[in-house]
Ligand binder design. Structure first.
Ligand code: A3P
Length: 391
């Protein structure tokens, strides 16, 4: 009897052992597949980054790096930091950890060590030997405005350059979050290596009174990019955006003028007020010399993006890497679009909120607004030394 109980226990424990074995093997298999998947993504991402320099593989880039080509070094670093982003995204997608957790880790570990952990191959030692230790920096360059003039297009176009890294969304540090301090601001900046420019865009900076002085206190050498567009079209664009968010919005003509006639322009109405560029510019010029400001024509940014981006690259002391070969004109959208960008490897345009159809506005209202803006435009041409030739 004791023998049969013993046999029964033996059967039971060997069955448990078998189940445990199967569970172990399954766990090992899934963990292996997951790791392989992450490594494949990283490798693909590194290869995609070579688009900017027409290189097909990371080893090509690294070989060029040996020749001390500084541009190539910057490209490798961009690719490498993208790899870290990919790890974060993949981990999040697999439910293993959140992207926030991983990016926190990335901010505390040595970057080269991070690379070594995803690929211990000796080629990565070169990055370490070059002293490439990406870190977050306060911006060197700001796109300060003007709202609805093409600020998103400018940012998306210039960040095609491998030596430009930009904060993804508008940080609003100098106008809304100034009390949080520069440490907070820096934490919102992307990782860069030496030689790369950190950029941020918040269009409301241009029209916020306190901002010029605050930017000056951060860094007197900050370079400022300002996209401007015919203030009448800009006002209509601003209104169109507001109306898209509010169903019962009054007509443009009712808001732009006082007392229902076209005689008095309502200069307190935001979309009209912002277009008096000279007034805001004068305030910036109290803190920054004209040589630190670059004005980009919003109209030309649509008609000839490569030309305007060429000027921006010169102003920032960058090699002209972004050229006409990066753009194509999309007839359906009616705007220039990109063949590739940092975020996507297929042709694409800016989102639906950029390049909206505007409502019809009474031509008498438009004429009156043009008349209103004319002296301010002339003052702006005089201050900038550029005739934008707005009607
Ligand atoms: P509309 O949507 O009124 O046409 P911002 O990015 O500063 O908000 O500016 C939006 C404006 O950028 C758009 O206003 C559009 O005219 C202009 N723009 C310039 N280049 C563009 C592009 N390539 N694609 C879409 N819009 C572009």
């Amino acid at each position: 009897m004791y023998g049969s109980i013993w046999c029964h226990n033996l059967n039971l424990s060997s069955r448990n052992l078998a189940i445990a074995l199967v569970v172990c093997v399954t766990l090992v298999y899934f963990s292996y597949s997951f790791n392989a998947c992450i490594l494949a993504s990283i490798s693909r991402s590194l290869q995609e980054q070579s688009f900017f320099h027409n290189q097909s593989t990371l080893s090509n880039l690294l070989m060029l790096q040996v020749r001390n080509d500084s541009d190539t070094v910057a490209t490798v670093a961009t690719a490498a930091s993208t790899a870290i982003d990919v790890v974060a995204t993949n981990a999040s997608a697999n439910g293993v950890s959140t992207a926030t957790n991983l990016s926190t880790t990335a901010s505390t570990i040595d970057f080269s060590a991070g690379l070594a952990s995803v690929d211990g191959a000796p080629k990565y030692q070169m990055l370490r030997q070059q002293g490439l230790r990406p870190s977050r920096h306060l911006p060197d360059t700001l796109i300060i405005g003007v709202k609805k003039s093409g600020t998103r297009a400018l940012l998306e176009f210039i960040r095609l350059h491998p030596d430009v890294r930009a904060a993804g969304s508008e940080v609003h540090f100098f106008d809304r979050h100034y009390q949080r301090g520069l440490r907070w601001y820096r934490h919102h900046m992307p990782y860069t290596i030496e030689g790369q420019i950190t950029m941020e865009k918040t269009p409301s900076y241009f029209v916020t009174k306190e901002v010029p002085q605050r930017v000056y206190h951060m860094n007197t050498a900050t370079k400022l990019l300002i996209v401007v567009r015919d203030p009448v079209t800009r006002a209509i664009s601003d209104y169109t955006q507001a109306a898209s968010k509010k169903a019962d919005m009054k007509r443009f003509e009712q808001l732009a003028f006082v007392n229902g006639s076209y005689s008095v322009v309502d200069t307190n109405w935001g979309p009209v007020k912002i277009g008096v560029y000279a007034r805001f510019l004068e305030h910036w010029l109290l803190y920054f010399p004209l040589s630190q400001l670059l004005f980009i024509s919003g109209e030309r940014l649509i008609m000839d993006p490569a030309y305007e981006i060429g000027r921006v690259q010169d102003f920032l002391g960058l090699k002209r890497v972004v050229t006409e070969k990066h753009f194509y004109f999309n007839a359906t959208k009616g705007f220039p679009c990109l063949f590739k960008s940092e975020a996507r490897s297929t042709p694409h345009c800016l989102g639906k909120t950029k390049g909206r159809n505007h409502p019809h506005i009474d031509t008498n209202a438009i004429d009156r607004l043009r008349e209103f803006y004319r002296p301010f435009n002339n003052k702006f041409y005089q201050l900038t030394g550029i005739n934008f030739a707005w009607p």
